[in-house]
Write a protein that binds this ligand. Structure first.
Ligand SMILES: *[C@@H]1O[C@H](CO)[C@@H](O)[C@H](O)[C@H]1NC(C)=O
Ligand SMILES: *[C@@H]1O[C@H](CO)[C@@H](O)[C@H](O)[C@H]1NC(C)=O
Ligand SMILES: *[C@@H]1O[C@H](CO)[C@@H](O)[C@H](O)[C@H]1NC(C)=O
Ligand SMILES: *[C@@H]1O[C@H](CO)[C@@H](O)[C@H](O)[C@H]1NC(C)=O
Length: 159
């Protein structure tokens, strides 16, 4: 391929640049969820959601059923939806977001925990809580897009 494809190389470079621009200058209203404590049965496990605005937490369990847990308004007030859930979860509003604490984690609460913009549910982030998935997908950027970016880098190098 080499010298015959300078245009392709430019196009790919621009595309790559836009990917990184999107990753690093993304708008401030992006939602980011992380696990703040060790994931272990019998412990309180705290999940932090960074978002400036009203947010909600829900969980999808291994039978793919979704349970809305509660949330925070943008003014420092938090709520857990039902008395039953209040024994199992605690939600607090914190500066720049909210925390969800799973009280005394047990197997019945393993699952995918979502934090969503209360006014736009498509704006969301999630973490998996289970002993096997301790720290998966709760670092900086969207790991799902990484392999693709790597692929582009490899193609660029090969040109
Ligand atoms: C777990 O969280 C609950 C509710 O916030 C709290 O009452 C309890 O003391 C916590 N337990 C531990 C071990 O931190
Ligand atoms: C929330 O707002 C504060 C202050 O404007 C800002 O420093 C912070 O980065 C924002 N956080 C998010 C997740 O948008
Ligand atoms: C998943 O959640 C639903 C609704 O709360 C519950 O009925 C079901 O038993 C749960 N499944 C598992 C495997 O925990
Ligand atoms: C809702 O969030 C999605 C994802 O962040 C965004 O693309 C869309 O523009 C938002 N919709 C509104 C009405 O703000």
């Amino acid at each position: 391929m080499g010298a015959s494809s300078p245009l392709l190389k430019i196009v790919l470079s621009l595309y790559l640049a836009s990917l990184f621009a999107a990753a690093f200058t993304s708008d401030e209203r992006i939602i980011k969820v992380s696990i703040e404590s060790e994931v272990e049965d019998g412990r309180n496990v705290t999940i932090r959601c960074n978002f400036n605005g009203s947010l909600t937490f829900d969980v999808i369990n291994s039978s793919n059923e979704i349970t809305p847990i509660g949330g925070c308004d943008g003014f420092g007030k938090s709520f857990v939806n039902t008395a039953f859930l209040r024994d199992k979860y605690d939600i607090k509003a914190v500066p720049g977001g909210g925390t969800l604490t799973i009280i005394n984690l047990d197997q019945s609460r393993y699952g995918k925990y979502n934090c969503k913009d209360a006014f736009n549910a498509t704006s969301a982030d999630s973490v998996i809580v289970s002993p096997e998935a301790k720290v998966k997908n709760n670092q900086g950027y969207a790991y799902t897009s990484l392999p693709f970016e790597m692929l582009i880098i490899c193609i660029l190098r090969a040109l």
